[in-house]
Unconditional design. Sequence first.
Length: 385
Amino acid sequence: MLGAIVGDIVGSVFEGHPHKSKEFEFINERSRFTDDSVLTIATADALLHGGGYMSALKEWGRTYPLAGYGHKFKSWCFSDSGETQDSFGNGSAMRVSPVAWAFDTLEEVLEEAEKSAAPSHSHPEGIKGAQAVAAAVFMARNGKSKDEIKSFIADKFGYDLDRSIDDIRPGYHFSSTCMGSVPEAIIAFLDSTDFEDAVCNAVSLGGDADTQACIAGAIAEAFYGSVPKRWVAMLPILLPLEALQVVEEFNKKYLGSRYNFFCCATESEEGHAAEGGIPQDIVKLRPENCRWWVRDPGTDEEIWAFVTAEKGSSPAAYFSTAAPVIFDKLDFASFEDAFIALARNGFDLFFENYFYGDSYSEFYPLTGYFEVEPHPVFSAGTEWD
């Protein structure tokens, strides 16, 4: 599922701005999640917690109304009617990847993919697009070769996959229909050498970039293995907390493992945070304007951590658990020292970036608003390694 989300975020920059080349910055300060990510997470939420696909799609769609939905879908999403919509748009295909991880047979995946499409994309082509992508992801995660995946999709759904990206690119134009975009997105995967290449192939078509990169990324993750950590590390910056929680829960339940959402969880031989530390080279980031959170390794309880630095003072971390709100303060020589201390003592580190357009929101130390008292988890903070 992360392959779909990362693909969407990469393609978001080129939505409405066709880019006929594989040369571009993979993720930058303009990258964002769109409706593809929102509805992929909605599908995962429905699989995890029940309640039905229609309910989940409408709930998540209404929570993020500006994510870039098509006009017909948005009208359906904000309607209180329980009626289905017979769209053949590629929305059914872009959101279906979690289905392919949640079931054990191809037959179950095809049946569930149809159910996931039906609320808003009940047209035969809409269902076919969802089933084709779900089948490709399922086969890829179960070790099938590209030739086997290609042959099954072509025979089962009638898609023309006997083309290359270089053949398609020159004359290809935007299409948001399943029949006009899903085969090309699958070819972007088939014609790739790794995860990043698959996503770049999709974007380079100059079409519905975020959706086609979402589809290609979903299949590529299943085929090539985990999404590279440098891109996974960007998700806590670019996704809201409630979305990350669904993603993590889904990965724990269905993938048997959990991505580490922050690259500072390891350190180099010199004692510095590894993998570039704070990823400023990919996304502009001011740590003092971020909300950080960790998990108590003993109880798996969320502990909120606000890391900030006042002028003329060292960085400080303020920690809190559930109500009543109690904060404890730990001082560090640098932000990286704070991250390393958390990692050494068994805490998983997550964060959200407060970024709006070309400026960052102001974030002030909490001491002016909360009384700082000793916290039971962190009261021995000075004894940390």
